[in-house]
Design a binder for this molecule. Structure first.
Ligand code: AMP
Length: 237
């Protein structure tokens, strides 16, 4: 197979529970991508208790989307020192109205997205993954009750704190977030498939993590295995 040219700036898409954030973290660690994660930036604001945090707290708890103007303001701050960085957006754009917002940011901060990457999993797989997730409130370590359980009950292996479920990983919120993803993000991918088809790729996110990672690396021209799991242009749900 032809070697793929290295793709610099990336937008990663995937349902809540698709594993996209773990992939993004590993890409950041291995290749120095700067992660631009709007969900995390908004949660940080809530933790800091700043004005933005107060405005978005309720929306985050209920799994509703935050207004575009507020998302834009966190991105403007985050991208202010983005020069010479290789960006990986996770969680943005989240609505079709954020597509032109990304274009504006590309112009303003002089970068160009080279790949829109979908990590495709079914709703059933995503929901099962999310309902098992637990996080340590003290150190932030993450667990999964079926795939990465703690050694003792629901306590952190590092510091023994009682593990918690993220508020937005509760069952009724999980279902809601899946519906929000389908309603808002599917049309974004459809837009890019129609308008920039060469930049859109889809990797089957139901495969084991290491396989998904290898495929993702291959798509991004960063090496990885190719033989057994060819990347598809679309993965059915
Ligand atoms: P995430 O961690 O990406 O799942 O995002 C968590 C929450 O942050 C979402 O449920 C939304 O409430 C909010 N959020 C994150 N990114 C965006 C965005 N681009 N537009 C609107 N809301 C967002």
């Amino acid at each position: 197979m032809e070697p793929t040219a290295v793709i610099s700036h990336v937008v990663i898409f995937g349902r809540p529970g698709s594993g996209k954030s773990s992939l993004a973290e590993r890409l950041g660690a291995d290749f120095g991508y700067t992660l631009v994660r709007t969900g995390e930036l908004l949660r940080e604001s809530v933790r800091r208790g700043d004005e933005l945090g107060h405005r978005v707290d309720g929306l985050l708890r209920s799994g509703e989307l935050v207004p575009d103007s507020l998302v834009n303001s966190v991105l403007e701050v985050e991208l202010a020192d983005s020069r010479d960085k290789t960006l990986l957006f996770d969680g943005f754009p989240r609505t079709t109205s954020q597509i032109p917002q990304l274009k504006r940011l590309e112009t303003a901060f002089q970068f160009e997205v080279g790949c829109y990457l979908e990590i495709a999993v079914s709703r059933t797989v995503a929901v099962a993954r999310m309902s098992g997730r637990r996080v340590c409130p003290a150190c932030g370590a993450t667990y999964h009750m079926s795939t990465k359980p703690p050694a003792h009950d629901e306590t952190c292996d590092v510091d023994g704190a009682a593990l918690e479920q993220r508020r937005d990983d509760r069952p009724e919120i999980i279902e809601h977030r899946q519906r929000v993803y389908e309603a808002y993000t599917d049309p974004i991918l459809a837009f890019y498939r129609a308008n920039e088809p060469a930049k859109v790729h889809s990797v089957d996110g139901a495969l084991p993590f290491d396989v998904v990672y290898a495929e993702t690396c291959r798509v991004l021209g960063r090496g990885g295995s190719t033989a057994e799991f060819p990347v598809q242009d679309r993965t059915s749900r």
